[in-house]
Design a protein around this ligand. Sequence first.
Ligand SMILES: NC(=O)C1=CN([C@@H]2O[C@H](COP(=O)(O)OP(=O)(O)OC[C@H]3O[C@@H](n4cnc5c(N)ncnc54)[C@H](O)[C@@H]3O)[C@@H](O)[C@H]2O)C=CC1
Ligand SMILES: O=C(O)C(=O)COP(=O)(O)O
Length: 568
Amino acid sequence: MAPSANLNQESHAFMSNRPKILIPEKISADGLALLGDGFDIHQPKSLSAADLIQLIPAYDALIIRSETKVTATVLAAATKLKVVARAGVGVDNIDVEAATTHGVIVVNSPSGNIVAAAEHTIALLMAVARNVPAGDRSLRAGGWERSKLVGTEVGGKTLGIIGLGKVGMKVARMCVGLGMKVVAMDPYSSPEIAASVDVKLIKDLEVLLPLVDFLTIHTPLIASTLDMISTEELSKMKKTAKVLNVARGGVYNEQALLDALEAGTIAGAGLDVFTSEPPTEGSAAEALCQHSKVVATPHLGASTVEAQENVSLDVCAQVLAILTGGLPTSAFNAPLILPEEYRKLQPYVKLVEKMGSFYTQHYSGKGVGGTKFELVYEGELAGISNTRPLFAALIKGLTSSISDQGGRDVNIVNANLIAKVKGIVVNETHTSESPDLAYASLVTLRSESGQIISGYVSGKSIYILRIGRFSTSFIPEGTLLVLHNYDEPGKIGGVGGILGKSGVNIKFMSVAALERREERGKRGNESLSPRRGDEALMILGVHGEIGRELVEKLREEQGILAVSVVRV
Ligand SMILES: NC(=O)C1=CN([C@@H]2O[C@H](COP(=O)(O)OP(=O)(O)OC[C@H]3O[C@@H](n4cnc5c(N)ncnc54)[C@H](O)[C@@H]3O)[C@@H](O)[C@H]2O)C=CC1
Ligand SMILES: O=C(O)C(=O)COP(=O)(O)O
């Protein structure tokens, strides 16, 4: 479907190479200021589902609230997207599983708007208890209906909370403050946590429902909470009970609630959220909004100046971190890594990726290697338990030369999944016993069939230290020619001559000698000069086109045992 004219205009307005951020919903300016001017930020006023699919391929980040539906189709089209940031709590409008498959990080603001949501729950509680909106409506219409609008006090009444999480706990505190008795049901909470806010935890919903005068739900909308309160549950409640929903449309079955209000088996409802927003014509949600026993608001739970500042700051900081190579603080589908650990790991991420890429290109061409690996961390690295970024870097490196996307599709979010699909198994070993280690940390990649590559980081540079039986020290960068040869005089000259004739310049050369038997296992930084008659690896950093013909020519050169071209 073609995008609207308005959209075309807007999308052509910026064509720079800066990372692009799409913000189709209203986000507070505080967070946007945090992003600075290093990005192209596009804030269309409204975006249809079709327009979103049309636009999304150009974007690196998407910042949304509850209105934008980030479906599997949107994510499949989002070839550059690195992050979907939800400026709020609930991520039920994002297909998190599809995001994981596509390597897109989903972040949110876990607590930026919880005070707002809790306070809005109290606003609806008081509104339904005291008929505030009905009184206001009647007065505006010229009435003065006092006896018709007699309410109930909340003090001394029992409130039931389903979902004693962040919002639920705040609501509990506030309602205890209002003099209410509070009981709660949450299978993942503990009696101690509940007791800390004077709440009695009740295991069974069936036991809780008949006790309460007011019921409020504060769970996420997930499979197990959809239609959690339906006809049967409502029938167990007092006829005078009133229900509140500032969580998500769908945790109460809307039709069942409408029927109960109509039948008088439930006395009233305060609703902020609906299964379709705005409610579709003729739906139970629309009928609920019009019902005389209902106080309804248009998903205003998080709509306070303060909450919007908080959530905007929270998610923009994370988008900034992700787009500049850092890690988010609250991701739904990425592991939590402490900033200090991440700082230490970062140089090794590049090293391990290059080791993996080198491995695939150097060994797989020879038909050796396998898909089972051991990644050994020695020295300082051994002390870091959360090496998930290194695991992801290895998977990215191993698969980069054999995937359509050149490994760009692999990241910390989906590395596990991709490894599984490709049958790659990595066993990470941390060994702190490395008495002769001359580097702060050493990383060794070992395949099940015995191939080995080791590397280390020094300052800002990364080095490959060992390839199979050969010890070396070179910076893996650009196009490398790796020649396995007999270490005989004239080899370098011969190879140099062939390359020169083909217009290929040599940028650097490193001759890797066979590790002496006594040196194996030690791997210090002592340089090992090749001995006559031994085999050696010649690693050449080259500039120029290395075609198949040239590789064949090199292979035919006397004393050359194997040639591989590695691009890292
Ligand atoms: N109306 C609005 O504008 C807003 C709505 N929300 C909604 O409120 C929800 C809750 O937010 P938070 O308290 O921050 O989340 P939370 O994750 O801190 O708490 C959710 C609680 O629900 C519990 N839970 C999960 N499944 C359950 C089940 N089957 N039965 C009983 N308890 C269950 C969990 O154990 C957890 O304690 C969000 O997921 C969001 O959908 C949040 C903010 C604003
Ligand atoms: O944070 C949440 O879960 C909310 O429901 C708030 O939604 P909103 O950002 O106001 O569209």
